[in-house]
Each structure stands twice: as structure tokens, then as C-alpha cells.
Design a protein around this ligand. Structure first.
Ligand code: SAH
Ligand code: SF4
Length: 342
């Protein structure tokens, strides 16, 4: 056995273990639908198979090391220990009866955005598909999800398109009807503007949503905030986004983290509106969650409302991320690796 079981779809589980397809499905259901990782508890498998699996297979790749719950918002953040002792964090956010899972795709991130906690820690390694999916499985432990499947956002630690293969595999595993069966439209992948990734993603046979972290409407400021902009400047990025929209017929969203005195003025709002005019797009405004030592601050509620008002007047549709979970540092974009343990 080479691959951990949670990296594999039902067909691959059957083929790796030399089983019939229906047995691959049974095992996949235990892991992904019932979230059972102990072979002893997989009671519809023969004793001989359970013993063979126990001797040869890796079941869970993540160990829940530390759970933080926000008493105020019900948000939950989990620190996971990986098999090689690295760590990642993931978050469950609640908004009325809707649950959103924020998943990490890498340990750290190589892109070093100026305001981001993850970027501070540098890049350690890519996550495997099973390590991404298991975050969702563990976050949903003990949650009553019947009838209202969660939303999933790839907005935790890491740049999804710099771990392209594993991210695509994880999307298909999350969508598998024998597992969590999450609808593609309930999943959003967020990129800092990785053009090759956007171009590949446009050709995938997936209805998963795409979000682009923009934060600035001119190259000078954007290169300062998102250094990847030096490699993929706005003109080329928008060519890729236009091609994506025309090829897929899909809508995109732009994330704009509002940083006080940096990108929150009326001028910034008008420039943003001009940049995305005519695109099938909405802007998701995110009040900054301050990260110590980065030198940025969050604008007040009035400044956020004013920014939003200008965009509305310029014909731009906006959504605003509600602030949920700051009290446990659990907002997306605020996750970091804890190398020193909990
Ligand atoms: N690497 C990808 C996805 C992970 S970051 C990307 O950059 O898009 C997810 C979102 O959180 C991005 O829009 C990012 O800019 C934002 N973010 C990062 N740090 C943040 C912070 N401290 N407060 C609010 N949003 C933040
Ligand atoms: Fe990486 Fe996204 Fe953070 Fe930038 S904002 S450093 S791309 S995780």
C-alpha cells in the first residue's frame, strides 16, 4: 500500500487493495460519509480484510491536536498535526444555520503577501489531497449537517493553485456522492492571481467557484501587497480572467481586504470599479483582521460602508464578509503554522 486511503476515490481504493468496486465504495463511505478511521469499526467488511487493512494501510493523516471554540460566534478552529509532525489550521464558521469550512492547501505559503499571517511563516510543503479533505471531515465531527451541506472555501493557509494537482483531487473527493457529496457550486477556490492555475482551472470539468484576491487596482500598490503581482501583473491577470469567464460562462468574485489608509479611499473604490467594469463579477469586501507586526490596520465600519456605497454607485455588486471568529484568531487569512505546538 503506497497512498494513504483518504487520498483515494472508491475505485482507486478497490484497485490498490485488489478488491471489488463495491468494496472500495464501502471503505470510502466509512471514511468520508461516516468519518470512521478505525478499521475495527468497519463492520460490513470481513474480518480478514479489516486485519489486512490494519497491517498495510494509512487511515487518518491528520491528528486533531487543539480545538478552539468561540463562545460568541460558535466558530471553531482546529490545529492539526500531520504524519510528518508539521501542522495546519482550519476553521468552521457559522452564520445563522449555515456552516462554512475554510480549508488549508499548504503548510505555510511561498507568496508572502504583506498583510498575511500565513505568508509570514514561509513555505514548508504542499498538502496531499487526503490532508485537505480530512480537514473537512474532522471539522464536521459532531456537527448536525443533515439537509444543509456546508460551504467550503479554500481560503486557509496556502495558495491553492501552487498545489494544483492535490487541490483538484481534493475537490473531486469532497464532491463524491459516496462521501460528503458537496455540490460544486458550494465550493470556492481562492487564488492570489496565479495565471497558469487560472488557465488550467478554466479547462476543468468542474462548476467550482473561483475567487481572485485583488486588494489593489494598480500594479504599484498590488505588487507591494501581493508580491506575485510582479510576476503576473494586472493587465495579464485580467486577460486570463476574461478568458476564464468567456470559456466557462461562470461568474468570478474578487476579494478586497480593506486596509486602513492603504486601499480604502474613494479613489481606490472608483479605480476598482473601472478595472472590473463589464465583467460578470462581484467584489467580496473583507475588513482586515490585524496581524501583529505587519503594520496594517482595519478601517472602521463607517469607512467600509462608504467604500461599499461608492462601488454600488459605480454599478459593482458587493458582498461583505461578516467578521466571525476573530476572538480565536479564526478568520480566514489569519491562520499560521504553530511549530512550537499548541
Ligand atoms: N492564497 C489564497 C487563498 C488563501 S488566503 C489567496 O491569497 O487568495 C484567503 C483570503 O484571505 C485572501 O483573499 C487573503 O488576501 C485574505 N487574507 C489574508 N490575510 C488576511 C487578514 N489578516 N485579514 C483578512 N483577510 C486576509
Ligand atoms: Fe499566501 Fe494567500 Fe497569504 Fe498571500 S494571502 S501569503 S497567497 S495565503
Amino acid at each position: 500500500m503506497t497512498s494513504p486511503l483518504t487520498d483515494l476515490n472508491p475505485f482507486e481504493i478497490a484497485s490498490e487493495l485488489g478488491l471489488k468496486p463495491f468494496q472500495g465504495k464501502q471503505i470510502f463511505r466509512w471514511l468520508h460519509a461516516r468519518r470512521v478511521f478505525d478499521p475495527e469499526a468497519m463492520t460490513d467488511l470481513s474480518k480478514a480484510l479489516r486485519e489486512r487493512m490494519r497491517a498495510t494501510c494509512v487511515f487518518a493523516q491528520l491528528r486533531q491536536e487543539h480545538v478552539m471554540q468561540s463562545a460568541r460566534t460558535g466558530a471553531k478552529k482546529i490545529l492539526f498535526r500531520l504524519l510528518d509532525d508539521e501542522t495546519v489550521e482550519s476553521v468552521l464558521l457559522r452564520d445563522r444555520d449555515r456552516v462554512t469550512l475554510c480549508l488549508s492547501t499548504q503548510v505555510g505559503c511561498a507568496l508572502g503577501c504583506a498583510f498575511c499571517a500565513t505568508g509570514q511563516s514561509g513555505f514548508v510543503r504542499n498538502l496531499r489531497a487526503g490532508e485537505i479533505v480530512e480537514q473537512a471531515l474532522h471539522l464536521l465531527e459532531g456537527e448536525e449537517i443533515a439537509g444543509r451541506t456546508p460551504n467550503i472555501v479554500y481560503m486557509g493557509m496556502g495558495e491553492p493553485f501552487q498545489n494544483y494537482e492535490s487541490v483538484m483531487r481534493s475537490l473531486r473527493l469532497l464532491m463524491d456522492p459516496d462521501g460528503l457529496g458537496i455540490g460544486a457550486r458550494k465550493i470556492t477556490v481562492s487564488t492570489a492571481g496565479d495565471i497558469p492555475g487560472i488557465e488550467r482551472f478554466a479547462r476543468e470539468d468542474l462548476q467550482v467557484r473561483l475567487s481572485i484576491s485583488l486588494h489593489a487596482a494598480d500594479d504599484e500598490l498590488r505588487s507591494r501587497l501581493v508580491p506575485l503581482n510582479q510576476r503576473y501583473p494586472l493587465r495579464r491577470l485580467f486577460e486570463a480572467i476574461r478568458r476564464y469567464i468567456s470559456l466557462t460562462g461562470r461568474h468570478v468574485s474578487f476579494e478586497w481586504v480593506l486596509l486602513k489608509g492603504v486601499n480604502d479611499s474613494a479613489r481606490d473604490a472608483h479605480a476598482l470599479a473601472r478595472l472590473i467594469a463589464g465583467l460578470n463579477a462581484t467584489v467580496n469586501l473583507i475588513p482586515y483582521n490585524p496581524v501583529e507586526g505587519r503594520g496594517f490596520a482595519s478601517p472602521g465600519a463607517a469607512a467600509v460602508a462608504a467604500f461599499r456605497q461608492i462601488l454600488a454607485e459605480d454599478g459593482v455588486k458587493t458582498t461583505q464578509r461578516r467578521e466571525r471568529g476573530q476572538d480565536i484568531d479564526a478568520a480566514c487569512g489569519q491562520l499560521r503554522a504553530h511549530h512550537a505546538g499548541p
